[in-house]
Write a protein that binds this ligand. Structure first.
Ligand code: SAM
Ligand code: ZN
Length: 325
């Protein structure tokens, strides 16, 4: 049986407690139980109800194969080349650990295996068991001799069963537009990737200059997802080295960034030279009540006469008046 010791509980009260493996599922120290999908050792943390959408119907993987063929024929793009290019953006190295969210029927798995040069681990997750289990049966045996470990879970990409910083890189292609909380999907990828590791995300979304063209209008009429724009505002405030580009005839956006949970190194205490003075911090947090405008003008004049910045003069005047009492 596969070793599942890396999975963590996704219940909010358990703060990613490590799970223990049993014969029919995984157990949390706080008593939660995560069963395996029937007849498999694939843990089910969260699952789309059967028939809820095109990915959770019985023949979902075949329907998805057809949809993919349509995409690659329409945009006259070679699937192999595209998947290789997108995966190459993570800069994976032999022996690394990579996450793929919304992995579907696993079409990216052979390319990820190749990018890891025969050693490492791939963790593929999807919320639709019909898609993910098709991926398991398509690729687990085929890729078993590759030297790369394959780990599957049925789970929600917006609440991942992994510890912080567990992965070297994370990848998603083709589903995030429909996540109920896109920012949370991106935040989770950022959380589980170690500091400086790459996150790559792509989905339908026309480049802005195509939206109001006839081609753009036809595409959006055909499938409203093409009206989506790259969810840049949903990136974590800590993201580094963000890059936005488009693939598939500029009809799919691709966002790439370096994961980080560290605040940006902005020094908000650098003094401004000149008339006004102060710093980013003092100007934002040190604002006082409104005063008589005539008094304000006298203060400004006096500061100028003394060759001080307004902030420096005000601070000294206020300190002096407090010290007097
Ligand atoms: C268009 S398919 C893409 C599959 C695959 N990435 C590919 O490139 O062929 C989108 C996938 O995203 C999955 N998905 C949607 N919402 C999800 C969520 N919250 N968590 C995980 N997977 C999700 C769907 O179940 C579906 O399998
Ligand atoms: Zn738990």
């Amino acid at each position: 049986m596969t070793n599942h010791s890396y999975y963590c509980c996704t219940e909010p009260t358990c703060t990613r407690a490590p799970l223990t493996q049993g014969s029919d599922g995984l157990t949390c120290p706080n008593g939660h139980f995560i069963p395996y999908a029937p007849g498999t050792d694939v843990p089910v943390f969260a699952c789309e109800p059967e028939g809820a959408n095109e990915y959770s119907q019985e023949n979902a993987a075949e329907v998805h194969d057809n949809a993919l063929r349509w995409v690659f024929n329409t945009f006259q793009t070679d699937e192999e080349g595209l998947r290789e290019r997108l995966i190459a953006r993570m800069g994976l190295k032999k022996g690394q650990r990579v996450l793929i969210t919304g992995a579907g029927a696993g079409n990216d798995l052979p390319y990820l295996v190749r990018a890891l040069s025969g050693r490492g681990d791939i963790y593929a997750q999807d919320i639709a068991k019909e898609m993910l289990l098709a991926g398991v049966s398509r690729y687990r045996t085929e890729l078993a001799a590759s030297g790369v470990g394959l780990h599957f879970s049925i789970s929600d990409a917006t609440n991942l069963p992994f510890a912080d910083g567990f992965f070297d890189a994370a990848y998603h292609f083709g589903g995030i537009n429909l996540f109920p909380d896109i920012a949370m999907g991106i935040s989770e990828m950022n959380r589980v990737v170690k500091e400086g590791g790459k996150v790559v995300i792509g989905d339908e979304g026309l480049a802005p200059w195509l939206v109001n063209t006839e081609l753009g209008r036809m595409l959006i009429n055909n499938n409203s997802l093409y009206a989506c724009s790259a969810p840049l505002a949903a990136l974590p405030a800590t993201a580094r080295d963000v890059k936005l580009s488009w693939e598939l005839c500029n009809c799919f956006y691709v966002i790439e960034f370096q994961a980080s949970t560290e605040p940006l190194p902005v020094n908000i205490d650098v003094p401004h030279l000149g008339k006004r003075g102060g710093t980013i911090r003092s100007r934002y947090f040190g604002r006082l009540e409104g005063v008589d405008p005539a008094l304000r003008d006298r203060i400004y004049e006096e500061a100028e006469r003394r060759g001080m910045s307004r902030v420096a003069f005000l601070e000294s005047a206020l300190r002096a008046s407090l010290d007097k009492d």
